[in-house]
Ligand binder design. Sequence first.
Ligand SMILES: [Zn+2]
Length: 486
Amino acid sequence: MTTIRLTNTKTRRKEAFTPIDPANVRLYVCGPTVYDRAHLGNGRPVVVFDVLFRLLRHVYGPDHVTYVRNFTDVDDKINAAAQARKAAGDPRSLEELIRARTDETIRWYHEDMDALGALRPTHEPRATEWIGAMIAMIEDLVAKGHAYEREGHVLFRVRSYRDYGALSGRSVDDMIAGARVEVAPFKEDPMDFVLWKPSDDELPGWESPWGRGRPGWHIECSAMSYELLGASFDIHAGGIDLQFPHHENEIAQSCCAHPEGGFANVWMHNEMLLVNGKKMSKSLGNFFTIHDLRKDRGIPGEVIRMVLLGTHYSKPMDWTAEKAAQAKATLWKWRKLTADVEPAASPDAAVLAALADDLNTPAAITRLHSIAAQEDGALLKASASLLGLLEDDLRGWTLPPVTGTGSGVMEVSGSATAIVGNVQYRETIERLLDERKQARMGKDFRRSDAIRDLLVGAGVIIKDTPAGAEWDLGADFDPARLGEPE
Ligand SMILES: [Zn+2]
C-alpha cells in the first residue's frame, strides 16, 4: 500500500500517515461562513484538500473515507446582511431573510466548487441544524469547570486547559500580547472566548439553559466533528488564517469535553493566496470571487484549479493572469489528447508518489507534462484524475453552441469530446482555408489575408507547410467569430 506522508502542523514534521481505522479514514475541513460569494482565497483549501480526499480514496478505497466540511450559517455577518435587507424594505421576516440568504449562498458555493472540480464531501453539516449538540457540549464544559456563565454569555476558561497554544507553538501570554482580544467586563481573563451569546428579539436565537441565544463560531466545528467523526479522528485541515484562534479554540473545547479522545491526529494548513504578489483586497482592486473569474473573465473552473495546484499548499500562492493563460493552453492541449480516450487502469507511479509526498502537486503536474509529451493520453487521463483534472465532465469550460444555431456562447456539460469541436467546425475551417488558397492562386492577397485574419481571430492556429496549410484549434477558439470575411 502507498505510504502517504503529510506535514503535521501539530508536530511541525513530515510524518508517515497511519489512519486510526483504515476502513474509515476521517477528515474534517473548516467550511465557509455563508453570507457572500466565495472568493479565490476560499477556493484554495477546497481544491488542496479535495486532492487529499482523492488521494485517500485512491489509497484506502472510495468507500473508506469520510470527509466532513461544515457550513457556518449562523454568524454576525449573516445577521447584518439580513438586517440591511430588512431595513431596505424587504417585507420578509428576519429569519426568512437569513434562511434565504444562506440557502442562496450555499447554492452559489456548490456551483463554484463543483466547477473547480471539487468532489462533494460525505457530510456538509449546517451549523443551525446541530445547535442541540453544541448546547450539550457547552453544558458538559461548564460541568467540568472549563466554562462559565456571565450575563447570558458562556465563556471558555482558557487557563483551565494547560496545552492551549500548542498547535501554534505559542504561550497564552504571548498570544495575549499579539492578539486583538476582545476585552469584556464579564470575562475572567481577556483570553477567554465565547461559546454562547445572548440574542435579542431582532436576532436569530435558540432556547438554552442560559436563555435565548446563539453559539459562538468555534464550538460549531467541535460539536459537528464530534457528532460525525467521533472524539478522535485522523486529519483536521483548513487555511493558515484559522490556526489561531479558531483551531486552538476547537482543540481546547474538544479535548476538554472529550478527554478520552485525542481530537485530530494530524493538522494541515494551507498558506495564503496572493494576487499579483499582494494580499487580495477590495481596496487594491485585486479582489476576485470565483464567480467573477468564471463568468466575467471566462476562465474555466478547471483552469483555476490547475493554477491553484501549481504551487505547493505550504507556500503562499500567487495568482497572475499569465499563470491562468498558461494553464488554459496546457489543459486545452491535454483535453484534446485525452478526448475519447479510455483512462489507463492505474495512474502513473511517479504522479502518485508526488502526491503521497505531502501533496506535492507541482511535482505531479511536472510529471503530467512529460506524460503528455509522450502523447500517452490513457496514462495522462488516469493520472490527472488523481488531481481532479481532465475528468469526463467539462469542469466549466465555456463552449459555443454545438449546433451553431444560436449566437454567443453557452455553457454545455457533456463529454470531453465536445471540447475538441473539430468535427463540428472542420468543414467551415477547411472551406475557408480552401478559399484562401484559391485567393492566393488568383493573387487576391487582400482576400487571402482577410480570411487568414478571420481564422486567427476566431482562435484557429494556422501553420503553412510545403504540403499545404495545417490547422488546429487554440484554447481561445470561438466559432461565433467564424463568420464570413469581407
Ligand atoms: Zn473549524
